[in-house]
Design a protein around this ligand. Structure first.
Ligand SMILES: Nc1ncnc2c1ncn2[C@@H]1O[C@H](COP(=O)(O)OP(=O)(O)OP(=O)(O)O)[C@@H](O)[C@H]1O
Ligand code: SF4
Ligand SMILES: [Mg+2]
Length: 330
């Protein structure tokens, strides 16, 4: 197993992404800064619509840029800016440097091509392998991700596989060029709990073997407890807390994180005075000069309703809150 090293694989500074919807700006990502080291595993968590996917897709330039306005002081992957990359530059980035596993295999798998052809495509393009050599590697990869009878599967089409098998195929595709950074965007949400656990174990094993950096995106803090050493929490397009996982689970600083933990029944964490979060997430078209969480926050004060808290760094954590939860006394 290779641990994280001090070289950053992902450096995002002051990223904002805005869409236009019905003539109104949808501020999907607001001033996000995030640094991930080589080999580091980070969990990215937040309610639906908090901007997790848009932030991560920006790093691979996967957004439709006719519709999304992306602004960033820095957006570097493996030490190189991804803004301004042309088609060839993007091809060199996607696969060998960074890979994305989508929540829904239908987004990534082509229904008209065999499994073997799809897994082998990147190998042929980037490594110049013959069709037969790529097919052999595709079989090995399928075996590694736990697909039974891989020699037969490579000749099949996506619709001939179950949801769990398609997800494994997508993981095999994402790993085929051993990327330095893997972004796993809710890859298990659509699967039943047993298959989910198997996929998590599989990705973890491969991550450790290859020393890959990984961002695991999810709604589910309980799941992240098994995966990530560091957790980043998003709310309304912004990062509101970023902390080592053990510290965040034991003593969240941000009331939103505490609310997420309180609504996570599978975690054995006592928050006797906490309740699941009332209310709903902020309107992505609004841009209040206030804390976006104030309408739902049990600690909100007049200041919170008049001023937006900045994301501040204290020791090994960052949080954006005027009235953070107290650290438990030792
Ligand atoms: N192509 C698009 N056009 C317009 N708005 C978009 C587009 N993609 C995302 N958004 C909006 O951007 C915001 C953030 O979306 P995003 O998909 O990043 O959320 P998420 O945190 O990944 O949510 P989920 O957990 O449901 O996947 C949402 O308000 C969403 O509606
Ligand atoms: S700044 Fe105020 S409203 Fe926002 S999370 Fe902190 S206490 Fe709650
Ligand atoms: Mg998403």
């Amino acid at each position: 197993m290779t641990g994280p090293s001090a070289t950053p694989i992902l450096e995002i500074e002051n990223l904002s992404v805005t869409f236009q919807r019905g003539g109104r700006p949808v501020r999907a990502v607001r001033d996000v800064s995030l640094r991930l080291l080589t080999g580091e595993v980070v969990g990215l968590v937040g309610e639906s619509g908090s901007g997790k996917s848009v932030a991560m897709m920006s790093a691979m330039r996967l957004l439709d840029e006719r519709r999304a306005v992306i602004a960033a002081r820095r957006l570097d992957v493996d030490g190189r800016p991804v803004t301004g990359l042309d088609r060839r530059g993007l091809e060199a980035l996607r696969g060998p440097v960074v890979s994305y596993i989508f929540q829904d295999p239908a987004t990534a798998l082509n229904p008209l091509l065999t499994i073997g052809r799809q897994i082998g495509e990147g190998l042929r393009r980037h490594r110049g392998l013959s069709r037969e050599a790529a097919r052999r590697i595709a079989i090995d990869l399928l075996e590694r991700v736990g697909v039974p009878a891989p020699e037969r599967r490579v000749r099949q089409f996506p619709h001939q596989l179950s949801g769990g098998m398609r997800q494994r195929v997508m993981i095999a595709m994402a790993l085929s060029l051993t990327p330095k950074l893997l972004i796993a965007d809710e890859p298990t949400t659509a699967l039943d709990v047993t298959v989910q656990a198997e996929i998590v174990r599989l990705v973890q094993t491969i991550q450790r073997d290859e020393g890959m950096a990984m961002v695991w995106v999810t709604h589910d803090l309980a799941l992240l407890a098994r995966i990530a050493r560091r957790i980043v929490v998003m709310y309304g397009g912004r990062i509101v807390e970023d902390a080592p996982a053990d510290r965040l689970y034991a003593a969240p600083a941000h009331p939103y994180t505490a609310g997420l933990l309180a609504s996570t029944s599978r975690l054995d964490i006592a928050f006797a005075d906490q309740q699941p979060i009332p209310g709903s997430p902020p309107d992505p078209a609004s841009d209040p000069q206030a804390c976006a969480f104030a309408p739902r926050c049990f600690r909100a004060s007049d200041r919170c309703r008049a001023e937006r808290p900045a994301l501040e760094t204290r020791a090994d954590r960052r949080f954006a809150c005027f009235h953070p939860l107290p650290e438990p006394s030792p």
